[in-house]
Each structure stands twice: as C-alpha cells, then as structure tokens.
Design a protein around this ligand. Structure first.
Ligand code: FAD
Length: 319
C-alpha cells in the first residue's frame, strides 16, 4: 500500500547547502505532491524539496524517467527517448541545490560531431561544434549556403532570446498571458514551420534536411512544428551538445540517487485518476485504485493536453 503524503519520508537535507536553509518555509514543512516522474517532475520535486517542502513524487510507471526509459534487448541497453543533452546546466543546478556536483555522479561528454548525416546519395555531412568546421562541411555541398547558415543562426538567436530566455520559465495560466505574447510571436514568424524557416535560408536539398531535424528529436514533423523550435540551433551553439556516458539511463539513475538522498518520497506504479479540489484549490490527488494523497500543493507534470482538457470540468485528470 502506498504511503500518504503526510507520512512522506523526510530524511535530513544536507547541511552544507545554503540554498536549502535560505528557502525554508516554516518550522512545519508543507507537503507537495508531484505527479509524473519524467525529467520535468523530477526537477520540480527536487526544487520543492530544496525549498523545504515534504515532497512525494508519484508515477504510473514502475521506474522514474518518463520518456527517458531504458530497455534491454539482444544484450544491449537502449535509451527509449532522449539521447542528447543541450542545456547541461539545468541538470547541474539540481545537484547544486543540495551542495553536490553532477559530474561526481554522471559524466556529460561533449560531442564532435554533434550529428553525422548519412544521405541516400552515399554522401555524409558532419554538423560540428565549431562554426568554421560546420561552414567547411556546408561548403562541400553548397558554398552559397554558408551565408544562409549564418542568417539562420541569427534568426535562431532572436527566437532563443524570446522563446528560451524570456518565456521558458513563465507560466501561461491565463488567456491574457498568451495573448500578450502574440506580437513577439508574429515578429518571430512563429506561424512558419521549422522547415519553412530553414528553407528560407538554406538552398541545398540535403542541407535543408540536415538543418530541419530538430523536431524529429521529439517525434515532431519539421513541416508542421512551429519555427519556435528553431531556437535549438542557437541553443546548441550556446552550450554544446552532450551525451551522458552510459546512456541517458545513467543520468536518470543519478537523479534517482539524488531524489533519495535529498529525502523525496518516490511512489511508483500508481496511476493518478484526478486532482482533488476544494474551492478551486488543489488539496491532493486520488489514484485509479482510490488511494487519496493529501497535499498542500500539487504539481502536475503528466501529459498536459489531457490535463487541460479535464480542467474545464473542475477536476484535473492527467491521462
Ligand atoms: C524518442 C524521443 C527522443 C527524444 N530525444 C530528445 C533528446 O535527444 N534531447 C532532448 O532534450 N529531448 C529529447 N526528447 C524530449 C524529452 O524526452 C522530453 O522533453 C522530456 O523527457 C519530457 O519530460 P517530462 O517530464 O516533461 O515528461 P515525461 O517524460 O513524459 O514524463 C511524464 C510522466 O508522467 C507520468 N504520468 C502521466 N500520467 C500520469 C498519471 N495519470 N498518473 C501518474 N503518472 C502519470 C508518465 O508515466 C511519465 O513518467 C525526446 C523525446 C522522445 C519521445
């Protein structure tokens, strides 16, 4: 039988982390229930724990990681989801919250090339960390696309400055929050697709394919994914592209260790059926099996489309 949030394990936090004590909210810590143990839910749970809350992280699967599951077949271990890391500091921050160093638990190795493309023509294209090396590669296919690539990077930085720097950590809880962004989105031509923006600047058909791949990383279609996603071109240039040595599963295992050391209570194999509300305020969540998890705050990092759909009925039911 799963534990109740109120009975969550509260192993002492490490004393050498100034940020934990800075954020202690009261002598009697409040409780937080985080639904969904993918990277988003793990990060939320750790951040709330570092602020002094009693945290329970719950997932319907039997392992944490969400889309970053690992499976073994034919004697090999496979990452089922993400493989490349483009914003390593986001992981570093989580360990730093508890006075730890990410590199003591999992190694991130900078890749070169970032991506190697094998085209049906038999040609090969290396997309590399140095712009000069990448230009050299572009020149082999189409010299005029070197200037086009520089322009594409400039557009990507403009999108990054708004989409990542300004908006990535802002909540969009009201319609007006969204409406306020319309001028910026129009200015950035977000009504174009990723392929639409790439085709504007890159003319060689094979290079067009290479520079349009980013939506594929999340199962998106470059011809229909909004060009906001083109910010990844600049994101990669800003921090690089890394691989977690041992696979993404090694990173998930390192985060699992951090969750446990920091005292986050992890509950697996429990499917949340609904978030319970009292006068419009979340007071906990109930599993499909009828187990109620009371909490002062509920963070839902399950699949958003289903959650938003259900909000209209007054109860939030992640699907
Ligand atoms: C094939 C593939 C490749 C990718 N490659 C990359 C890459 O190389 N680099 C990169 O940065 N990103 C990549 N991504 C994207 C990245 O995987 C996701 O952005 C990220 O994992 C999302 O994390 P999340 O925590 O938001 O959601 P998820 O990982 O989806 O986690 C949501 C969790 O909620 C749980 N849940 C849902 N409903 C309930 C419920 N009712 N009750 C309890 N639990 C529930 C689910 O079981 C799941 O564990 C890739 C994605 C895919 C699919």
């Amino acid at each position: 039988m799963p534990d109740q949030v109120g009975a969550a394990s509260t192993a002492p936090l490490t004393s050498n982390s100034p940020r934990i004590s800075d954020h202690r909210i009261s002598d009697t810590p409040k409780s937080v229930l985080v639904i969904g143990a993918g990277f988003g839910g793990i990060a939320s749970a750790l951040r709330m724990r570092a602020r002094g809350y009693n945290v329970t992280l719950i997932d319907r699967l039997d392992a944490i990681g969400g889309r970053a599951q690992v499976f073994e077949r034919g004697g090999f271990r496979h990452d089922a989801g993400p493989t490349v890391i483009t914003a390593p500091f986001l992981f570093d921050e989580l360990f730093a919250l508890f006075g730890e160093r990410r590199e003591d638990h999992v190694e991130f190795r900078a890749l070169d090339p970032w991506y190697r493309f094998y085209f049906h023509t038999g040609e090969q294209f290396d997309y590399r960390p140095s712009i000069e090396d990448t230009n050299e590669e572009i020149r082999r296919f189409s010299p005029r696309d070197v200037t086009g690539y520089a322009k594409l990077l400039k557009v990507s930085k403009a999108i990054f400055d708004i989409g990542f720097v300004k908006l990535a950590d802002k909540p969009f809880t009201k319609l007006t929050d969204m409406l306020a962004q319309i001028p910026s989105l129009l200015r950035l031509q977000s009504y174009h697709s990723v392929a639409g923006i790439v085709h504007k600047y890159i003319k060689h058909p094979l290079l067009r394919q290479a520079f349009s791949i980013h939506p594929l990383l999340v199962g998106g279609n470059p011809f229909s994914t909004t060009s906001i996603y083109s910010l990844i071109h600049y994101l990669e240039r800003r921090w690089g592209v890394f691989f977690a040595m041992g696979g993404t599963g090694k990173l998930v295992a390192a985060l699992d260790g951090l969750l446990r050391r920091s005292g986050v209570h992890v509950v697996l194999g429990q499917d949340i059926a609904q978030i319970d509300l009292d006068n419009g305020r979340a007071i906990g969540a109930t599993t499909l099996a009828g187990q109620f998890y009371p909490a002062d705050k509920v963070i839902c990092n399950a699949d958003p489309p289903h959650r938003v759909q259900s909000d209209a009925t007054g109860a939030c039911a992640p699907a």
